[in-house]
Design a protein around this ligand. Structure first.
Ligand SMILES: NC(=O)c1ccc[n+]([C@@H]2O[C@H](COP(=O)([O-])OP(=O)(O)OC[C@H]3O[C@@H](n4cnc5c(N)ncnc54)[C@H](O)[C@@H]3O)[C@@H](O)[C@H]2O)c1
Length: 438
């Protein structure tokens, strides 16, 4: 064991989780936590709750649960807050989202009904398919941020929270390239006063969170906190941030399978992915400008994992197509098909077909829990700025400037666990193991 790890403040008191967007993902997350607290279910899919971590050598048999190894907030200490452009409380929103059965929702109805969304910072230009009435007004974007900060402070006090974290689980905004106003905090703040069109609502929430000293995770592919101005602000304010775009469904499969193909040096001619999805997220993504944001996020994954420039004979010329089709009858129960054209020894061609009947919000909810708990841990360990060790959870992981993101899920998991070992002063695991044969 290394002499000492990093000093981590204890997870005493309540942790407030502030959710931007109270839709399918958020309500499935909140209802799930309440159900698990009542022992109605198990936290399946959550690394913080069910995962273990090996410490030391294989012969030492030290494999604690992650939540016993690092000090994480307890589920009993979590309280929820939310913003949405609709006034539905979490129970009504969950019923509309149609992810969880009525029976289960009824058992946690009291907790869900009491979660009423605060009015949102919203501009329809950024999410064309939605129009809600629960929206803030203000003379400029800075004033809207100030309203959010006041609400955050009130929430903290009213709920007796020691600490807060914020997660963007709201709709995907239209595609934006970072521009001048996103480069420095001075330019960004001036643009907020000037009501500049390039400041999206998701950036205003991120700004309000960071200024309030609250960690921020972005579960959607829109830029939000992934701009130099807000990254710098997070470093200056000592706030951990991470994003973008929860890695669930088809991209999760892609980042599980692609590393395996590459490990065996099998070639790729093409990967065609298509989905049908009928929830509100699917409806928002039916708008080409919102879809573009998602498409960029989904496409980057294979290139990085397969490294065509390093392996031109195997991956120099593959085609990669991603489609999402809005199809209401399926609701949140997405179906994703992948048709993968690969080649092996002597160039002989083979095909892999995947038909994943997945449930988007069921896959995303445990990621919200893990991100909230790990970001809170990061802050108590005085980690600040981009938390690349949380790449495991994202389709487009944020990294330090100039670093390419790591997409291989197995490398991401290793990075995450080694970060936890580092925090606790445990030996990092290299899997070398030669000493067993000395
Ligand atoms: N479910 C998944 O597997 C998954 C994976 C990756 C990313 N995501 C992303 O997570 C987000 C949430 O997904 P969902 O299925 O819950 O969608 P949803 O449409 O059910 O919920 C989003 C909610 O956000 C609200 N909203 C929109 N703009 C807002 C704003 N500016 N402020 C406050 N609320 C706002 C909407 O009214 C809606 O209730 C989407 O951006 C989606 O692309 C989901």
């Amino acid at each position: 064991m290394i002499e000492k790890g990093v000093e981590i403040a204890p997870a005493n008191g309540k942790l407030g989780i502030l959710l931007v967007g109270l839709g399918a993902v958020s309500t499935t997350f909140v209802a799930g936590v309440e159900a698990i607290k009542r022992d109605l279910s198990k936290p399946i899919g959550s690394l913080t709750q069910m995962g273990t971590i090996r410490l030391g050598k294989r012969t030492e048999n030290r494999v604690p649960k992650i939540k016993e190894f690092v000090p994480l907030a307890e589920l009993e200490d979590i309280v929820f807050g939310a913003w949405d452009i609709f006034t539905d409380n979490a129970f009504d929103a969950a019923m509309k989202a149609g992810v969880l059965e009525k029976d289960l929702l009824n058992q946690v109805s009291e907790q869900l009904s009491s979660l009423k969304p605060m009015s949102a910072v919203f501009e329809q230009k950024f999410v064309k398919r939605l129009d809600g009435e629960n929206v803030k007004t203000g003379k400029n974007k800075m004033e809207l941020a100030e309203q959010l900060m006041a609400e955050i402070a009130d929430f903290k006090q009213a709920n007796g929270c020691e600490r807060l974290v914020m997660i963007w689980a709201a709709s995907t905004e239209i595609f934006l390239e970072p521009s001048e106003v996103h480069q420095t905090i001075e330019a960004f703040e001036k643009a907020m006063y000037d009501n500049d069109a390039s400041i999206a609502p998701s950036m205003i929430y991120a700004y309000a969170a960071i200024k309030s000293g609250i960690p921020f995770a972005n579960g959607a592919p829109n830029l939000s906190v992934d701009i130099p101005a807000l990254v710098k602000l997070a470093e200056d304010e000592a706030v951990p941030i991470c994003g973008k775009d929860f890695k669930t469904g088809q991209t999760l499969m892609k980042t599980i399978i692609a590393p395996g193909l590459k490990a065996r040096m099998l070639g790729l001619d093409g990967w065609y992915s298509t989905n049908i999805l009928g929830n509100r997220d699917g409806e928002v993504l039916d708008d080409p400008e919102s879809f573009r944001t998602k498409e960029e996020s989904k496409l980057s994954v294979l290139e990085q994992i397969l490294q065509p420039e390093v392996h031109p004979d195997l991956y120099g010329d593959f085609s990669h197509v991603v489609r999402i089709n809005y199809y209401p009858p399926r609701g949140d129960n997405k179906e994703g098909w992948d048709s993968i054209d690969i080649f092996g020894w002597l160039g002989y061609k083979m095909q892999i077909k995947i038909d994943f009947l997945c449930r988007d919000s069921i896959l995303a909810a445990p990621l919200c829990l893990d991100l909230a708990l790990f970001l809170d841990l990061a802050q108590r360990a005085k980690m600040k700025g981009v938390q690349e060790w949380l790449s495991f959870y994202f389709k487009s992981p944020q990294t330090a400037r100039g670093l390419y993101p790591e997409h291989d899920i197995f490398i991401q998991l290793k990075k995450l666990k080694n970060t936890l070992r580092y925090l606790k002063g445990e030996e990092l695991i290299t899997q070398l193991g030669l000493d067993h044969y000395d």
